[in-house]
Design a protein around this ligand. Sequence first.
Ligand SMILES: NC(=O)c1ccc[n+]([C@@H]2O[C@H](COP(=O)([O-])OP(=O)(O)OC[C@H]3O[C@@H](n4cnc5c(N)ncnc54)[C@H](OP(=O)(O)O)[C@@H]3O)[C@@H](O)[C@H]2O)c1
Length: 320
Amino acid sequence: MKAVVIREFGNPDGLEVVDLPVPVPGPGQVRITTEAIGVGGVDAVIRRGTLAGLGLREGHLLGSEVAGTVTAVAEGVDPSWMGRRVWAFTGLSGGYAEQAVASVEDVLPLPDGMTGADAVTLGSSGAVAHFALDRARVAPGETVLVRGAAGSIGITAVQLAARGGAGAVVVTTSSQERGARLRDLGATHVLDRSGEGGPDAPSGFDVVIDVVGGPELPQFLDRLNPNGRYVAVGVVAGQPPADFGMRLIDAFRSSLSFATFSLDTVPGPDRQAVRSSQFAAAAHGDLRTVVHEVLPLDKAALAHREMDAGKVFGRVVLAP
Ligand SMILES: NC(=O)c1ccc[n+]([C@@H]2O[C@H](COP(=O)([O-])OP(=O)(O)OC[C@H]3O[C@@H](n4cnc5c(N)ncnc54)[C@H](OP(=O)(O)O)[C@@H]3O)[C@@H](O)[C@H]2O)c1
């Protein structure tokens, strides 16, 4: 089968299209013939080799979420999965391929009318947005900043915060055009990447959902209101300065909270329940997904170049 691996960590030229043996589902797994493969910020972070400690090596098969049809099940797995259209989380590896395997706990049937592209745009990112807002305990009327709102996590977070009764949903993004698209999804105020602009925007935030991280994170910590909660869900701009926690200590009397959030810590059934209800909402048009474009699988390097160049609004999807 055709697949895309990291021949060399670093820029997108290090991605290579190769032929690999079709994977055999192990205990508790199914095999999926893929129709849509999500290309997320996490894939770019892995490709750059900046996620130290994961122990990944050259030859790593990228990709963590796919949609398609179940075409094989391991012994002991309910055979009624065969032939069903599903979304699946494949872990840190295995998605950029014509065939992928996943554990049945990480597989979800697609509702009628939902495209594979929509499913891989919402599957992981929608759940991250939901649980990050949940961890932040957003109360009605509070001011929420979504930093890095133009990606698929941010796009869902904006919609959920708006419908959850936030008093203001502020976003950071790199252009007015993107800002207009985010307003259409529920943002009330648009700031640039540094958090400037939007003359009528609130100066402080009760909650920050941060997809970006990076060197500017401390400036956003400084903008938490008293009792503010900061939830870091991503590091698309790299790691924050090592001493950023001093900002919290310096602002001791403001009772600020900083948390990281990873979906890995949410019990599987809870993740699946949220996904299932988000898929139903998307199929009914109550939750919007933004597919930037669909490219052939062998254009994975182009997809990564477009992500690196900041051209993507929403999610790029690969189709075998
Ligand atoms: N917590 C979890 O469980 C979990 C699960 C999956 C993924 N993740 C993490 O989430 C991140 C990817 O999320 P995503 O796919 O929604 O994001 P994304 O699409 O890669 O990026 C979101 C937005 O951030 C802005 N951005 C990019 N580089 C920036 C920079 N250097 N400085 C400031 N803004 C920048 C861009 O918008 P503008 O150009 O409009 O500013 C971009 O559209 C990764 O870090 C991944 O590891 C976390």
